[in-house]
Design a protein around this ligand. Structure first.
Ligand code: PLP
Length: 287
């Protein structure tokens, strides 16, 4: 396995960075998770847009131009001979000293890892997964804007720990007003009486690229899709609930906090959207 590390491809064993890296010391950096389908980098532009926007917002200078970054991703996929897999792109503030000051980090560290992906089984897509809501909050006012996919994922790790304790794979965070925001690594949609709703990102959710793709598909196939805040009650009484994310694609949830959703398996709209999504994954990419 070849890791892209600051302009060079090195063996996984040799891919090392300093303990003074501020991504390590402070979670100072940003990242992207991107899918490769049949050798195509899915929604490459959207991922790079989110990356460069996040970098601008936290004043992190990425040492590669947008085109150079795209080229590096393409090369990393080719070099690892991955047809269907996952790219993790990590940009940390770089190596500095023990102080917080980012001026001590002259140049960002850029890392690209390409791997096979372990994904949900086809049964999971058909049956749906169980999820729970957790006490970890997605707090907007005092936290980093969730639009930035930063290396500060401790909140999400806490959600994952609570999911593990509950014996499920994913869990829902609420924001401090009690509105449902998102999972540890997925956005949420609910379906009620044929109407599809997802929380607006301002209540505290990442603007997921899969989420956007699903909203586009909804419009194309004629479903009504809205961005509106909702509560756990709305989730419990929904006809269908599904999660979206780069790794999960579109996965139904059959149970939330012990409440069976709809028929207790993936509903027709979820399955339709998954089918339509899988039609575009091979087309919509760069290679
Ligand atoms: N929400 C969070 C917190 C995430 O980390 C992710 C994963 O990237 C998502 C949502 C889903 O976003 P995307 O569809 O861009 O993978």
């Amino acid at each position: 396995q070849w890791i892209y590390l600051n302009g060079e491809f090195v063996n996984k064993e040799d891919a090392k960075i300093s303990v003074y890296d501020h991504g390590f010391l402070y979670g100072d950096g940003i990242f992207e998770g991107i899918r490769v389908y049949e050798g195509n980098i899915f929604k490459c532009k959207e991922h790079l847009d989110r990356l460069y926007d996040g970098a601008k917002s936290i004043m992190l200078e990425i040492p590669l131009s947008y085109d150079e970054m795209q080229q590096a991703l393409i090369e990393a996929v080719k070099k690892n001979e991955i047809k269907n897999g996952y790219i993790r792109l990590v940009i940390s503030r770089g190596t500095g000293d023990l102080g917080l000051d980012p001026r001590r980090c002259p140049v960002a560290n850029v890392i690209i890892i390409v791997e096979q992906l372990s994904i949900y089984s086809e049964e999971d897509y058909l049956n749906g997964v169980k999820i729970v809501s957790v006490s970890t909050r997605r707090n907007i006012p005092d936290a980093l804007n969730p639009k930035i996919k930063s290396l500060n994922y401790l909140n999400n790790v806490l959600v994952k720990i609570q999911a593990n304790l509950a014996g499920v794979g994913e869990a829902l965070m609420l924001n401090s007003d009690g509105f449902v925001s998102e999972g540890s690594g997925d956005n949420i949609f609910i379906v009620k009486d044929g109407m599809i709703t997802t929380p607006p990102s301002y209540i505290g959710a990442l603007e997921g690229i899969t989420r956007a793709a699903i909203m586009d598909i909804c419009k194309q196939v004629g479903y009504v899709v809205k961005e509106e805040p909702f509560t756990l009650h709305d989730v419990y009484v929904a006809d269908e609930v599904f999660l979206t994310g780069t790794a999960a694609e579109v996965i139904a949830t059959r149970e939330v906090d012990g409440r069976i959703i709809g028929e207790g398996k993936a509903g027709p709209i979820t399955m339709h959207l998954l089918k339509e999504f899988r039609k575009i994954v091979n087309k919509d990419g760069v290679q």
